[in-house]
Design a protein around this ligand. Structure first.
Ligand code: IPM
Ligand code: MN
Length: 352
């Protein structure tokens, strides 16, 4: 079959890691008789430099007309260190999420048996850990009113949620839990925040309709601790936008490297697949970044196109590369391979 893939490499290491995912998808295409047409479009700092805005309409159009979006990373230090910048690369990512209606971000965290020793946690704590963070992606403090007072001495960011927004993300999380181990942890700060109390109210109402799923509730500070102490006790965790941002970064180190974890953002229009890590500007252009998170994001993309066997072939090839210790330097400091070598290896394995 033929598929149109909107391809948004973005900033920093984005282009290098996306190249590896493309290699692997082309290997899938060859092996299984599909054609992937990658249509490139600018986003982030790269787009600001080219056309003055981080998510131009032309890029949005490419995304809307595609079967899926493959996304690299966004962010550039020249903006991080300039709090006064009027346009920021990150606004592109947020605008894309909003305009595509990507209300759910799914971040699976699974340990890789061959990398257990790379985890900063003790083996017995992490062995077999396997959970999913479902992060609400188009609401909350990221999208509420924000601003500064005229004298600039006061700033605010409002956190807003509607009942409908909470219901739709919880529904998706419940469906996910139903397909997994039937446990859902709702993470909030209901002891302090009224948006969290709305979340809890809605969840307690919905809980009754999902009698086969065990729902529990956890304050986010406690969740941050339990995640590191007992990662195995979680199955599906659902939470609002910013809590999900923070907890998923925290969760990612459990597996041994931030460079391993993929994500899918789904919602109303075309879904987006991207690594959970950032643009890692220090490594840009050096061919050292770990492409695995992006390659695994491509596997999630294939699944979304219902190419299940193909997705499994990609995962198997990634696992084989890890077992063979054919990995980048974030995992093997002494004998790390380059980004493109790892991409070539995995692509060749898929074809074999
Ligand atoms: C992420 C990133 C983004 C976020 C940034 C780059 C805006 O950290 O996808 O997790 O905070 O959502
Ligand atoms: Mn983040």
């Amino acid at each position: 079959m033929d598929f149109k893939i909107a391809t948004l490499p973005g900033d920093g290491i984005g282009p290098e890691i996306v190249d590896q995912a493309i290699k692997v998808m082309n290997a899938v295409g060859e092996k299984y008789g599909h054609q992937f047409d990658f249509e490139f479009a600018p986003t982030g700092a790269a787009a600001i430099d080219a056309v003055g805005e981080p998510y131009p309409d032309s890029t949005h159009e490419v995304c809307m007309n595609a079967d899926a979006v493959l996304f690299g990373a966004i962010g550039d230090p020249k903006y991080d260190n300039d709090p006064k910048a009027k346009v920021r690369p990150e606004q592109g990512l947020l605008l894309m999420r909003k305009k595509l209606g990507l209300y759910a971000n799914i971040r699976p965290v699974a340990t890789f048996p061959s990398l257990i020793d790379k985890s900063p946690l003790k083996n017995d704590r992490v062995e077999g850990a396997d959970f999913v963070v479902v992060r609400e992606l188009t609401g909350g403090i990221y999208f509420g009113d924000k601003g500064r007072s005229e004298d600039l001495n006061r700033a605010f960011d409002n956190c807003v949620y509607t009942k409908e927004e909470v219901e739709r993300i919880l529904k998706l999380a419940y469906d996910y839990a139903g397909k997994r181990n039937k446990r859902l942890t709702v993470v909030d700060k209901a002891n302090v925040l009224s948006t969290s109390r709305l979340w809890r109210e809605v969840a307690q109402e919905m809980e009754k309709d999902y009698a086969d799923i065990e729902t529990d509730y956890m304050f986010v500070d406690n969740a941050a601790m339990q995640l590191i102490q007992w990662p195995k006790k979680f199955d599906v965790m659902v939470t609002e936008n910013m809590f999900g941002d923070i907890l998923s970064d925290e969760a990612s180190v459990i597996t041994g490297s931030l460079g391993l974890l993929p994500s899918a953002s789904v919602g109303v229009h075309t879904s987006v697949f991207e690594p959970i890590h950032g643009s890692y500007p220090q490594a840009a252009g050096k061919n050292i970044a770990n492409p695995v998170a992006t390659i695994l994001s491509a596997a999630m993309l294939l699944e979304s196109l219902n190419l299940l066997e193909e997705a499994k072939a990609v995962r198997d090839a990634v696992n084989a590369s890890l077992d063979a210790d054919f990995v980048t330097e974030d995992i093997n400091k002494e004998a790390g391979k380059s980004t493109s070598e790892v991409g070539d290896w995995i692509a060749a394995k898929v074809k074999a």
